[in-house]
Design a protein around this ligand. Sequence first.
Ligand code: ADP
Ligand code: MG
Length: 707
Amino acid sequence: MKEQEYFNVADIFGENVFNDAVMRERLPKKTYQKMKDVISQRRELDLETADVVAHEMKEWAIEKGATHFTHWFQPLTGVTAEKHDSFITAPMSNGKVLMSFSGKELIKGEPDASSFPSGGLRATFEARGYTAWDCTSPAFVRQDAAGATLCIPTAFCSYTGEALDQKTPLLRSMEAVSDQAVRLLRLFGNTTSNRVTSSVGAEQEYFIVDREKYLQRKDLIYTGRTLFGAMPPKGQEMDDHYFGSIRERIAAYMRDVNIELWKLGVSSKTQHNEVAPAQHELAPIYAEANVAVDHNQLIMETLKKVAGRHGLQCLLHEKPFAGVNGSGKHNNWSLVTDDGINLLDPGKTPHENVQFLLILACVLRAVDEHADLLRESAADVGNDHRLGANEAPPAIISVFLGEQLQDVLTQLIESGSATHSISGVKLETGVKTLPDFMKDATDRNRTSPFAFTGNKFEFRMVGSQDSVGEPNIVLNTIVAESFADACDYLEAADDFDSAVHNLIKQLVTDHQRIVFNGNGYSDEWVKEAEKRGLPNIRSMVDAIPALTTKKAVALFERFGVFTEAELASRAEVEYELYAKEINIEAKTMIDIAGKQIIPAVIKYATKLAESINSITAACPADVSVQTELLVQVSELLAETKEGLAHLQDAVEQGCRMEDDNQARAVFYHEKVFAAMEALRRPVDELEMLVDKEAWPMPSYGDLIFEV
Ligand code: ADP
Ligand code: MG
């Protein structure tokens, strides 16, 4: 390993970011001031300013070694996309080239939109699509094997202005919730806050495996998850990995990841082992939602890229290994004013904090009324293996409030007003030398999909490889709606104090069914939730219709976040994606079973038969064990062959259904997926019987215990 270098984080933090400090230093005063206004007050940017900024940005990037620039955007594929252009212009008469970059190139790009999913918003012959600079998320220089590239975060729209990405609706939703939150603050006499930002901190879970072993598994290569694999004798039952000390090789990897991220201005803060062996987590410090969404993409890219340098492979899939805990992303969300007030901070005595109680009641209403949309926002193909599949969190949306807030709400509901708050007490450890401290008024609940955690909500359903864009679009918009309706009512009231009191009581009474403080993993909760009428949406295919209900269309159109056409297009994209991904998984299984597993098992069985023959030829020994094994293996081999044939049939049928994306997705969900499970079962049993030497790929044990 390389000699350890030590450095001061502050020296490298943001080194490759065109941030406020760089702009202040390099831009003419007037231009700098204009940019500040554009960013902080969401003003429009004029071309003259853009030209000056572009020039300085280019000079700065070239000093960092950049040769190319790219508009970096997030189409509906779940990952980022970019098209690289070099800074060089046509050679001059002396044969040299000039490096140029104009304001126009900075603010507008034109990738070929027809190569990205649009869900029918745009036919291939109408290929025009535009990327537009999101100047509220800073540009950065990325250094890697391809050299250094100036990356400009952008939004991606069609020729007619429809959103083809995550960024555009996210920015629209941020405006919506800001406008309505400010309106609400004014009612409480706040005259100083002018904007409210949704702040997001996304905790990222991931697996790390050895790259050599990874390369021996076609399923991991093509689909990001294992499609076969028997459980090792030791799983995660000992809980000895969680927060365990981090192994040397992984520690060196994490260190490099942090350095890369810090240079990009991503405030990577915590890292620790997760529940499953080989599973880890990384969390940055929260930022404005659009920046946080960009940063989460950078985190995922960096985790993957740096792993290669350490002979490792990062798996971002939600369920790389069956039977082992999967990976998710905790989306921490709060609303903070431009003068620093966190609207979700209850203070020490929440029962007296009327503004907080109203906001809390509004969030409860939003989550209860649009639970289906929130659930949809966390749906992706890999997440189907987690949500509602005996793993964290359940597919039912509920809100955890904790003892203190629950008590305040109960007082409100039962006696019409709240008079006291439970407060934190001293933590007694029984050891004199340990410092005394006050414990939190509320314990945590790890099983809740939507938990209040002190001064923020933590939405825990998001999949590990999914963008956090959509969950925040939904959160911002549904809360904007609750705020808007509350404001409509309160602005018309004669007596504000009694109106707000009545409204809070009404909202918490009407929506108390969404609150659940118990164990979200239990079967009792599934029954209880059904009684309460809460939706339990088990799969992505069942979740997608929530996007296009009348209720959803009315909500998103009211706040200008999505048009009906945009929503319909997103549903189409998701159905298509679902069928495509399952199709790839099924074909990979067919390939592995047909070309690797069946031949290996035949070889093994043949050798076994030969050895039985040669033993019995040599002496009258008892070969019943060998014979029994041979019979068992042969039976399972026959089952495997049959399972393979069924899966092949199902895939052929699926491939023939071309026109209707929804019907095709449903078919893949119900038929193809079931055929995959049926093929897997005998193969996993075979893995337990066949000699390890003869098995054609590394086992679960090799992958997750030997990193
Ligand atoms: P917890 O212990 O509740 O998981 P952490 O302090 O570990 O909380 O933070 C988890 C994530 O939540 C981090 O990314 C953190 O920056 C983020 N976070 C903390 N406070 C807020 C807030 N007010 N709004 C949004 N995210 C927040
Ligand atoms: Mg958390």
